[in-house]
Design a protein around this ligand. Structure first.
Ligand code: ATP
Length: 240
């Protein structure tokens, strides 16, 4: 089998004395959707930040596309092909939807025409963003901002898309829509690492999943298998 696109080995991340990640290993292959599920404070966001370069590794290695990126700064990782849609969306509130999308492509050496064509492609995938292209991002609904955050990350033309809790704080119907979008990206072959508290939906869309508990991976397997696992059902799906 080809080398994984993302290969994490024995990764440790600390915040002072707090060991948020205590030596985790995982892989994401090109074209896969892989999910990390876990409760509050398990270390999910920390893992995403370590992959995107926002938090340094205390120990362990992160390899991406055959290269050791453990010490590569975050902005260079974007250029290498890793884009994150962060938890809490974090769109640029006082910029328009269109400007947010432009900013997603900031590191690319693409012509204006190419960027315009890519923005147009995002408007095809997210029609609601086209309708609101001149609206200030901060005035949009939570679901619209989440769509914008995903579309902005896609403007970087990433090889790996990191989605940190895209369902957070959204109404059930919008959550359904967001998972529909993730399914659509999967069909297009986008490689995704998805962190979620909505374990049921996340495991339904993902080929494989990992369960993270207080900084350690306690279970891993195919999405479908994890969905049937009694421990996962009891702890994360509210079923016994
Ligand atoms: P949630 O779903 O609640 O966002 P999470 O699984 O994403 O949780 P993290 O945010 O990664 O969890 O946090 C993991 C641990 O690290 C927690 O104990 C948290 O309190 C701690 N932590 C996170 N960020 C910091 C920080 N900047 N400084 C100190 N401790 C932190």
């Amino acid at each position: 089998m080809a080398e994984p696109l993302l290969q994490i080995d024995a990764l440790e991340v600390r915040y002072g004395a707090i060991e948020a990640l205590k030596g985790i290993s995982l892989q994401v292959h090109a074209g896969e959707v892989v999910t990390i599920i876990g409760g509050n404070g398990a270390g999910k966001s920390t893992l995403m930040k370590a992959v995107s370069g926002l938090e340094p590794a205390h120990a362990g290695t992160i390899r991406f596309a055959g290269q050791d990126i453990t010490r590569v700064p975050g902005h260079q990782r974007v250029a290498l092909g890793i884009a994150q849609s962060p938890e809490g969306r974090q769109v640029f509130s006082d910029q328009s939807v269109r400007d947010n999308l432009m900013l997603g492509a900031y590191h690319r050496k693409a012509s204006k025409a190419e960027i315009e064509a890519d923005i147009d492609a995002q408007f095809v995938a997210f029609p609601r963003l086209r309708e609101r292209q001149d609206q200030m991002a901060g005035t949009m609904s939570g679901g619209e901002q989440q769509m914008l955050a995903i579309a902005r990350a896609l403007m970087a033309k990433p090889q790996l898309l990191l989605l940190d809790e895209p369902s957070l704080g959204l109404a059930p119907l919008i959550v359904k829509e967001i998972f529909g979008i993730i399914r659509g990206l999967k069909t297009k072959g986008v490689t995704i690492l998805l962190v979620e508290q909505m374990a049921n939906q996340a495991l339904a869309v993902a080929e494989r999943g990992y369960v993270l508990e207080t900084g350690r991976i306690t279970l891993q397997g195919e999405g479908r298998a994890l969905r049937r696992d009694p421990q996962v059902r009891a702890a994360y799906l509210g079923k016994h």
